[in-house]
Design a protein around this ligand. Structure first.
Ligand code: SAM
Length: 289
């Protein structure tokens, strides 16, 4: 089968099957060999690796992954793409396609069966409508994971890799950085896709930390604090946390904790680093009844 990274080959396949793009599945297919090579390079995939690809589309990146990896499992929700994938991936005996919603796949089981429970690499040009649930789902579940290399909306990549003081900094930055080290490998303009998306995209690699960069007494509390801190961005941290229904702390308890950290009462969540959220979480954990 011809290399689908070459636009005319992709177009020929789409025409042959009279493929109709489904907006609801976030279908924007890559048609740029340089970008495809960059993604594979950024992912660091080698012949030792088992790779999970989310949303193979017509199999463009899957072809590149099949060449680079030991084995690839591609999960595609759109059943209209399955007969196409059978043809475009026919030359590869190291690829399995599963017709399923990735959010319903037991990835830990897959890693166990296909990779003996060793950490897997995830590579994907993600459907943008479910980027965050997919990434956070992988981190929060107990999937043995080495890295996730994904194409996402540029704005989302910016949010994932930024720190305190930036307008893009928020709950997603902290959650991602608790689990992984982000690295933006490329910016990709709309004309590298068919059809063209309305927004710019970035390739980001998230390398999972062996151990989180901060240790806390209560991980669930840390995440509840982070979520509450950014729920009402314009409020002070003190007010956001005191007014959060999901948290049991009185304003005075929060004020005491901030004082112990030498932070002013007017401080906002966006000024705190992950280390400071961890410290606050441990101070407040002592106040929990
Ligand atoms: N990998 C292909 C490429 O780079 O050309 C296609 C990328 S396209 C942005 C996203 C793909 O994910 C589409 O093929 C879409 O049908 C698929 N998809 C969307 N939602 C999905 C889900 N919940 N589970 C699995 N695949 C999904």
């Amino acid at each position: 089968m011809a290399n689908l990274g070459i636009p005319k080959n992709s177009i020929a396949v789409l025409q042959k099957y009279e493929f109709v793009f489904q907006k609801k599945f976030g279908q924007n297919f890559l048609i740029d060999p340089h970008v495809l090579e960059k993604i594979i390079r950024a992912s660091g995939v080698t012949k030792e690796d088992f790779v999970l690809e989310i949303g193979p589309g017509i199999g463009t990146m899957t072809q590149y992954l099949a060449e680079a990896a030991r084995e690839v499992c591609a999960v595609e929700i759109d059943r209209n793409l399955i007969p196409i994938l059978e043809e475009t991936l026919a030359d590869y005996d190291n690829v399995t396609v599963i017709n399923e919603d990735i959010l319903k796949v037991d990835v830990a089981k897959l890693a166990e069966e296909k990779n003996g429970g060793r950490p897997i690499k995830v590579v994907a040009n993600l459907p943008y409508y479910i980027t965050t649930p997919i990434i956070m789902g992988l981190f929060e579940s107990h999937v043995p994971l080495e890295s996730i290399t994904v194409m996402v909306q540029k704005e989302v990549a910016d949010r994932m890799q930024t720190g305190p003081g930036s307008k893009d900094y928020g709950a997603l930055s902290l959650a991602v950085q608790y689990y992984a080290e982000p690295y933006v490998a490329a910016h990709v303009p709309p004309n590298c896709f068919i059809p063209r998306p309305k927004v710019g995209s970035s390739v980001i690699r998230l390398t999972r930390h062996k151990k989180p960069p901060v240790e806390v007494k209560d991980e669930a509390l840390l995440f509840r604090l982070i979520r509450a801190a950014f729920n009402q961005r314009r409020k002070t941290l003190q007010n956001s946390l005191a007014n959060a229904g999901a948290l049991p702390f009185a304003k005075e308890e929060i004020a005491r904790a901030l004082e112990a950290m030498e932070l002013p009462p007017s401080v906002r969540g966006e000024a705190l680093s992950l280390e400071q959220f961890a410290k606050l979480s441990d101070l407040l954990a002592g106040e929990q009844k």
